[in-house]
Unconditional design. Sequence first.
Length: 436
Amino acid sequence: MNIAVIGTGYVGLVTGAGFAEFGINVTCVDKDADKIARLERGEVPIFEPGLEELVRRNVSAGRLHFTTDARSAVQHSLVIFIAVPTPPQEDGSTDLSYVDEVARTIGVHLDGYKVVVTKSTVPVKTAERVRRTIVEAATVAGKLGIRCSVASNPEFLREGSAVEDFLHPDRVVIGADDPEAIAILKDLYKPLNLIEVPFVITNVATAELIKYASNAFLATKISFINEISALCEAVGADVHHVSRAMGLDGRIGRKFLHPGPGYGGSCFPKDTLSLVQFSREFGVEQRIVAATVAANDAQRERMITKVEQMVGKLRGKTLGALGLSFKPNTDDVRESPAIWVIRQLQERGAHIRCYDPEAMKTAARELSGVEFCEDAYDTAKGSDALLFLTEWNEFRKLDLARLKELLREPVVIDLRNVCEPAEMLQMGFRYTGVGR
Ligand code: NAD
């Protein structure tokens, strides 16, 4: 089977390479000619563990191709995945212009039956909109009566472990309203069926909603523990023990109960806002998710107060910031709490020295006026305090005595709870974490 993936970013490239690994002939399309040229040269434009090897192997095997030519990709494929961005607009609703553009392109080039699949995270009823757009564009192009199914197959991969998540997902969700499309997509995912990955086959609207419900629930867990962490600080409790004891209850689960500077990344912030917005269009309030968003904003603000409490007036201070990506094992800085915190500190007059193992290049596009450092020790040099903003593993085994010597003041503000409070205090640091 030939398939196309339109949009070759974090999701599109992993999806394309993943299907190629299953033995399928995949064409990845992007309108960014530079990105396609790099991929054709064998360069993987993002940092994602295991991706480069997966791409290289499948390109060599002749199953994975890259192009800017959407027409030929559409015409040679039975299944076309849409994996373009769905960023938030000012009011929190989803900007569907990229999805619309792809739907028009598919419509114009339609030459036979296709299954078009939204893999981008899109509000409920977007598949219907995609179908309408394809039919309109096909009609204008004089292509009448060509059948086309539109299905939803939301993606649950996590950046940092995207390859593993695609090849061994917790579940595959397929939403389609016609049996032919379901049969084709089940066939496409057969290798996962064979290893007993659970499949949820449902209608389109349900599949679209599953993605938002999942992300909003995870974001809610984070906001929940963040609010509890504030209470821990007020009453002298340790949030790590609270999380652990809560998580040992099988009904609650351990994951996503780590306090920090608030959730970020390219998904949770926009998906929570979008769910609140589009629910309203259907006359339904999502009060819990709206509170999750508000709690996240408050948690971020609380982090700045924490820094001020530790450092005093920020004007004229030099602060070392460790970690820039929104989480470890990725170079993605979209909606990164680290970037937000740094900007706030800069606005209050602080000078920032910073370091990240993989996200320096991407962060350089977002930040101005910061000093990029060689490593954690270089970052600490001459700083009035050291901040942990992303919990990269390499930050867990730093030589604390050396850091203390390099810092102008032995102050550590650990917004990711990377350090052990007792050890830090014993070593003579002034230390604060989150909820401990
Ligand atoms: P991304 O920005 O990394 O990649 C999107 C790509 O689409 C870019 O390379 C861009 O050039 C390309 N593009 C835009 N318009 C195009 C067009 N008309 N034709 C061809 N290419 C076009 O985005 P991403 O992080 O991969 O996210 C894509 C979608 O997947 C979003 O809806 C997102 O919410 C969803 N999603 C993302 C993740 C994640 O962890 N990143 C996880 C699950 C779902």
